[in-house]
Ligand binder design. Structure first.
Ligand SMILES: Nc1nc2c(ncn2[C@@H]2O[C@H](COP(=O)(O)OP(=O)(O)OP(=O)(O)O)[C@@H](O)[C@H]2O)c(=O)[nH]1
Ligand SMILES: O=C([O-])CC(=O)C(=O)O
Ligand SMILES: [Mn+2]
Length: 614
C-alpha cells in the first residue's frame, strides 16, 4: 500500500495518531491525511451511539432533516445539490494498465496520468472537514474469504449511509488486523474544501466529478459527488466494478442482480437471480408479493449478487450488501407493500424525496391519494397543481435489509443459496416478449449480452433512449466487455451440467397499441416466475419461436387475474418486423466489440438470423 498516491511524505503532527496495527492501512490513512489535509481524522466504529452523534451533527448542519418519529422513527431526509442526483457514467473511469483491458464500454485513461490528476484534485480537498475512516466488509464477516474495503470520506452523510448499506466498524477492523487482510482502498471526497471561516453548504460537492477505478491495483477514487452510487464506494465501485475483476480472476461472477427464494405449494424451494438495469424493477421483484395461490417468496438481495461455485459444481449466490438503496418513486402501498413496511420501521435515510407537512416523506406512487401540500425535493412549496414532480425521479430510500419481513434466513449464510434460474430483463415498449426461455446456456448468455433497455433517471443523461446493457452491467463491468462475455460462457464448463441455472429473458414493460402496459407487472410477475420454474420441472408448455421458448397463453397461470386476451397476446408476441429492426440493432452492438467478441456469440447471432429466415 506504500506509495499508493505516489510520493510519501511524513505524517504531520496535526493528524490524529495511528489507530491500527495493520501497517498497510496505517500507511495509507496517513498518506491520504497528508495529501487531503483534513481538520481531523476519525475512525468509524459503527456503533449506534456514533450514528446518533453523526446524524445529530448532520441535522445541526442542515444536511439532514429529522423526520417525525411517530411516522418514521430514527429517520432522516437529505436533499442534494440539484446537479448531484445520480451516477455519472461519463465521469466514471476504468484505468487498467492497458487500454484494451478496459474495453469499449468504459472510459479509460493511462493510470499514471490519472493518478496525477487525482493527486491534484485530492490535494487539500478535505481542508476544514473531518476525514472519516470506515473499515467495511461486503458480504458476511465470517465468510471463508471475506472481501474487505476501507473507505476514507469527508462526508458524514456517506458514513451514515454506509452504516446501513454495508457491515462497517470496529469488528471489521479487528478482523482485517487479525488476519493482516488485503482491503480495497476506496478514497472519497466531496471536493469542497472549506477555507478558514468559510460557511459550509448543506450538500457540498464539486462541479467536477471523477469516479475512478484501478482494477489491477484494486483501488477506488471518487471525487466531487455525494450521491449514492458515486459515493458509497462499497456498492457499485467495489461490489460490481472491482469485484467483477476479482471474480474474473478467481472464477466467479459479481452481478447486478436480485436474489429471491420461491417456495411452491408442494413445498419445494427454488432460488432465482435477476439482472435488470438501474430503475428497471430489481427491488420490486426482490420484495415480490406473489398473487398466485400457495406460492411463497423470500428476499435475499435486491441489487448485487456474488455467485460462486459450491463443492458440487452448483452456482451459489450471496448478497454482499446490508441495506436497500431503492428507487422511491413507484414504490407504494399497492405496488410494493413489503418495501413500505420495511421503510416504515424507520432507521432510514431518504434522499431527494418530498416532505409532508406533518414531517413525513412522500414521492410519486407512494399512495394513491396525492397530498394537498408538500415541500418538494428542492425545498419549494408544492401542490398537485404545481405541474412538476414533488420527488426527484431518482430519489432513494436507504433502509437496513433486516427490516424486510420477508427476508430469508439464508441471507445471513456465508455459503449462500443455489441458483436455479437467471432472468435478464429490461424496459422495452416493443419487441421483447413477457418471457422467453433460452435454448441453452450459450443462448442464454447471448440473450444477456444483447439485453437492452430504455435509459432511466438512475444515471445522469437522457431518459427513455434504448441502449444495449449486457447483463444490466454496462456501467459496471470493470474490464473488457468481450472478456466479460467469455467469462460468462466459460461458467458452463465449470458447472455440474444438471445444476446449471436455466436462463430466461423477461420484459414487464411492453406496451399495447393503445399505449398502456401489456402486462400488469409487480406482484403478478410471480406468475412468470412460476412458468419458468415449471419449465425447469418440465411441466409447462411453450411455443418454440426463433428467439426461444415463449409461453402458450394457456401455460401461464392467470387464475384470478383480469387480463384481456388481446393484451396477453401483445405481451407474448414475437413480431418478425420488430425483430428485423432488433437484429440490426444487435449487429451494430456486436460490431462495437470488434476482435473481442467471443466466437460463440457471433455464432448465436448467425443462428438466430437463420431461424428467422427459415
Ligand atoms: N410497469 C411496471 N413497472 C415496474 C415493475 N417493477 C418495477 N417497476 C418500476 O420500476 C421503477 C424502478 O424499480 P426498482 O425495483 O426500484 O429498480 P431497481 O432495478 O432495483 O433499480 P436500481 O436500484 O437503480 O438498480 C419503479 O418506478 C417501479 O415502479 C413492473 O413489474 N411493471
Ligand atoms: O448506484 C446507485 O446509485 C443506485 C443503483 O442501484 C443503480 O444506479 O443501479
Ligand atoms: Mn442498481
Amino acid at each position: 500500500m506504500k506509495g499508493y498516491m505516489m510520493g510519501h511524505a511524513p505524517v504531520q503532527e496535526s493528524v490524529e495518531q495511528v489507530m491500527t496495527t495493520h501497517a498497510g492501512l496505517a500507511a495509507w490513512v496517513n498518506e491520504v491525511a497528508e495529501l487531503t489535509a483534513p481538520q481531523s481524522v476519525r475512525w468509524v466504529n459503527g456503533s449506534s451511539g456514533e450514528y446518533t452523534e453523526l446524524t445529530d451533527e448532520l441535522v445541526e448542519a442542515g444536511t439532514l432533516t429529522r423526520l417525525n418519529p411517530e411516522l418514521f422513527p430514527n429517520s432522516f431526509a437529505a436533499f442534494s445539490d440539484p446537479k448531484d442526483v445520480a451516477r455519472v457514467e461519463a465521469r466514471t473511469f476504468i484505468c487498467s494498465e492497458k487500454k484494451r483491458d478496459a474495453g469499449f464500454t468504459n472510459n479509460w485513461m493511462d493510470p499514471s496520468e490519472m493518478k496525477g490528476i487525482l493527486k491534484d484534485r485530492f490535494a487539500g480537498s478535505m481542508r476544514g472537514r473531518t476525514m472519516y475512516v470506515i473499515p467495511f466488509v461486503m458480504g458476511p464477516l465470517d465468510a471463508e474469504d471475506p472481501k474487505f474495503g476501507v473507505e476514507i470520506t469527508d462526508s458524514a452523510y456517506v458514513v451514515a449511509s454506509m452504516r446501513i448499506m454495508a457491515t462497517i466498524g470496529a469488528d471489521v477492523l479487528a478482523k482485517i488486523e487479525a488476519t493482516n487482510a488485503f482491503f480495497v482502498p476506496a478514497l472519497h471526497s466531496v471536493g469542497a474544501p472549506l477555507e478558514h471561516g468559510q460557511e459550509d453548504v448543506t450538500w457540498p460537492c464539486s462541479d467536477e466529478k471523477w469516479i475512478v477505478h484501478f482494477p489491477e491495483e484494486r483501488s477506488i477514487f471518487s471525487y466531487g459527488s455525494g450521491y449514492g452510487g458515486n459515493a458509497l464506494l462499497g456498492k457499485k465501485c467495489f461490489a460490481l466494478r472491482i469485484a467483477s475483476v476479482i471474480a474474473r480472476d478467481e472464477g466467479w461472477l459479481a452481478e447486478h442482480m436480485l436474489i429471491l427464494k420461491l417456495t411452491s405449494p408442494e413445498n419445494k424451494s427454488y432460488h432465482v437471480a435477476a439482472a435488470f438495469p438501474s430503475a428497471c424493477g430489481k427491488t420490486n421483484l426482490a420484495l415480490l408479493n406473489p398473487t398466485i395461490e400457495g406460492w411463497k417468496a423470500e428476499t435475499l438481495g435486491d441489487d448485487i449478487n456474488w455467485m460462486r461455485f459450491g463443492k458440487a459444481g452448483e452456482l451459489r449466490a450471496v448478497n454482499p450488501e446490508a441495506g436497500l438503496f431503492g428507487v422511491a418513486p413507484g414504490t407504494g402501498w399497492t405496488t410494493n407493500p413489503n418495501a413500505m413496511v420495511a421503510i416504515a420501521k424507520g432507521n432510514s435515510i431518504f434522499t431527494n424525496v418530498a416532505l409532508t407537512d406533518d414531517g413525513g416523506v412522500w414521492w410519486e406512487g407512494m399512495t394513491d391519494e396525492v397530498p394537498a401540500h408538500l415541500t418538494d425535493w428542492e425545498g419549494n412549496s408544492w401542490t398537485p397543481e404545481s405541474g412538476r414532480k414533488a420527488a426527484h425521479p431518482n430519489s432513494r430510500f436507504c433502509t437496513p435489509i433486516d427490516q424486510v419481513d420477508m427476508l430469508s434466513p439464508d441471507y445471513f449464510s456465508p455459503e449462500g443459496v443455489e441458483i436455479n434460474a437467471i432472468f435478464f430483463g429490461g424496459r422495452r415498449k416493443t419487441t421483447i416478449p413477457l418471457v422467453t426461455q433460452s435454448r441453452d446456456w450459450s443462448h442464454g448468455v447471448f440473450m444477456g449480452s444483447t439485453l437492452s433497455s430504455e435509459t432511466t433517471a438512475a444515471a445522469a443523461g437522457a431518459v427513455g433512449v434504448v441502449r444495449r446493457d449486457p447483463m444490466a452491467m454496462l456501467p459496471f463491468i470493470g474490464y473488457d466487455a468481450g472478456d466479460y462475455l467469455k467469462h460468462w460462457i466459460g461458467i458452463a464448463a465449470r458447472a455440474d451440467q444438471a445444476r446449471l441455472p436455466k436462463i430466461f429473458l423477461v420484459n414487464w414493460f411492453r406496451r399495447t397499441s393503445s399505449g398502456g402496459f401489456a402486462w400488469p407487472g409487480f406482484g403478478e410477475n410471480g406468475r412468470v416466475l412460476k412458468w419458468a420454474i415449471e419449465r425447469i420441472e418440465g411441466t409447462a408448455d411453450a411455443v418454440e419461436t426463433p428467439i426461444g421458448f415463449v409461453p402458450t397463453p394457456e401455460s401461464l397461470d392467470l387464475s384470478g387475474l383480469n387480463l384481456n386476451a388481446a393484451d396477453l397476446k401483445d405481451a407474448l408476441a414475437v413480431v418478425p418486423s420488430e425483430w428485423e429492426e432488433e437484429l440490426k440493432g444487435i449487429d451494430e452492438w456486436y460490431a462495437r466489440f470488434g476482435e473481442s467478441l467471443p466466437m460463440e456469440m457471433a455464432d448465436q447471432l448467425a443462428a438466430l438470423k437463420t431461424r428467422f429466415s427459415a
